[in-house]
Design a protein around this ligand. Structure first.
Ligand SMILES: *Cc1c(COP(=O)(O)O)cnc(C)c1O
Length: 458
């Protein structure tokens, strides 16, 4: 399998090239040249790790042997604390939850980042070099990446998070990992500012020349393919002929993985995007209007995003994989802060996607309702999806994704159900640990200098 870029469809890269590069130097995102098809029957009675191997192998076959891939996957999911890895729970008739909270940091990001950490280690063993992992986080990617890469040889990790805009547990999960190779940077700004700095550094020659920069944001293709697995896995746990998914969305990574699953042959009807008040995805899918908006802080901080990077991949797909047109869209968008998709493109978005924006008060009401009616405690991100799920008729099967453990967002959850919830010991212990982080202004140059200084000392 070879890879092209959303901004250059003539490109032809190997998986190994794009594994480390993350973002293409032309500013685009990588996608495979074609969609491999999976035979659903061949997945029956396989374990999660075996299903993962069948799904992921066609994307990496140029660089990784199938047996080696299976070994990496077995190792990756061995420390997850549920025997099904990603269990499907039936909440009500034709209403399901896919629980993705059994990794080391209690959010769905672990399913991809634990895999990525192991992929990097194996690949660095084969061809040794030093790499610098650079990422922006709205909270969960950062902790999942840090827990995946801590104490790994030849990998330095720099994670930017918006200062004081992640939940206390999210912050502690990142900053209490004090391994020498981990650097937490708290930026005086919001997540979009952090993401912008990271994107600028990836196309900055000075830093690219001094180190091998690697992206672990959800724009990293290897993350998306690891997420495709649990969409297949949830289908395999039902007896339905077709299913539909509701995905709480921020950077459009998780839901794009569902789109990939559909391209690979999973019988998905619709994909329903749930957002919080940061509703740019709802405007795009509702009216075709893509417009720069400012970011609100909500109870679901991992979705406090108005520039959904991965949506560029969907634009590329819906523009018939024509990178010239994608370039036109983004040139216009970055000069005017605005782009209007025409009706034919809008119709293509709407063939697959629906979108609903759920505000903070609806989020809390939903947590309360689901607790009282089903005795199920949902975190605020999950609750945006549950609100959509509860409003669905029961004539079709809908699966809504459980994105994080409620204890990670205890303040909002306690407020909603008016009682203190139990916190797993691994999370409550964090508050006794020492923290390590550096606060920097919202400036690409300052972040660049900090990184250059640290890697020259390392
Ligand atoms: C990352 C995250 C999201 C949003 O996922 P995207 O892939 O960015 O759309 C939603 N909920 C939680 C808990 C997350 O960590």
């Amino acid at each position: 399998m070879k890879y092209l870029s959303t901004r250059d469809d003539s490109l032809s890269r190997s998986f190994n090239d794009i594994l480390y590069q993350g973002l293409s130097r032309d500013g685009g995102l990588y996608l495979p040249k074609s969609w491999p098809k999976v035979d659903l029957l061949s997945l029956k009675n396989k374990s999660y790790e075996e299903v993962a191997c069948e799904i992921i192998f066609p994307y990496v076959n140029e660089n990784i042997e199938k047996l080696d891939l299976q070994k990496i996957l077995n190792e990756t999911y061995s420390n997850f604390n549920h025997e099904k890895i990603a269990p499907l729970v039936e909440l009500d008739n034709n209403k399901f939850l896919l629980e993705l909270i059994y990794g080391p940091t209690y959010a769905f990001k672990d399913y991809a980042l634990q895999f990525l950490g192991n992929l990097f280690s194996i690949s660095l063993e084969k061809s040794p070099k030093r790499i610098t992992v650079l990422g922006a986080t709205s909270g969960d990617t950062g902790s999942a990446a840090i827990h995946s890469f801590k104490s790994k040889k030849d990998i330095n990790v720099f994670i930017l998070h918006p200062h004081n805009k992640v939940s206390p547990i999210q912050q502690k999960q990142m900053t209490t990992v004090i391994d020498k190779n981990i650097f937490n940077i708290a930026v005086d700004g919001n997540f979009d500012d952090c993401q912008k700095i990271v994107k600028e550094l990836f196309v900055n020659d000075e830093i690219q020349e001094s180190t091998s920069l690697t992206a672990v944001n959800s724009i990293n293709w290897a993350r998306l393919i690891a997420q495709v697995v649990y969409y297949f896995w949830s289908y395999l746990q039902t007896d339905k002929h077709q299913i539909n998914f509701i995905v709480p969305s921020g950077n459009f990574g998780n839901i794009f993985s569902a789109f990939v699953a559909k391209q690979m042959g999973l019988p998905i009807g619709h994909l329903h995007i749930a957002t919080n008040s940061n509703d740019i995805l709802k405007s795009i899918v509702g009216t075709g209007e893509m417009k720069k908006k400012s970011v609100f802080q909500t109870y679901s901080p991992s979705m406090d995003i108005q520039v959904s990077s991965n949506f560029e991949r969907q634009i590329f797909e819906s523009l018939n994989r024509d990178s010239k047109r994608v370039n036109e869209v983004f040139e216009s968008f970055s000069s005017k802060g605005f782009y209007q998709f025409d009706d034919s493109v809008l119709a293509k978005f709407q063939q697959i996607y629906k979108a609903t924006s759920i505000d903070d008060s609806q989020t809390l009401e939903t947590i309360k309702y689901v607790y009282e009616k089903y005795n199920y405690i949902a975190d605020p991100h999950t609750a945006t999806g549950l609100k959509v799920l509860l409003d669905k008729k029961d004539d079709e099967a809908w699966v809504s994704l459980v994105c994080a453990h409620p204890a990670k967002f205890g303040k909002a959850v306690n407020k909603a159900i008016n009682k203190e919830i139990d916190i797993p010991k691994e999370l409550s212990n964090l508050f006794d640990k020492e923290e390590k982080m550096t606060i920097l202004p919202n400036s690409t140059i300052d972040v660049k200098n900090f990184i250059l200084e640290k890697i020259s000392n390392a």
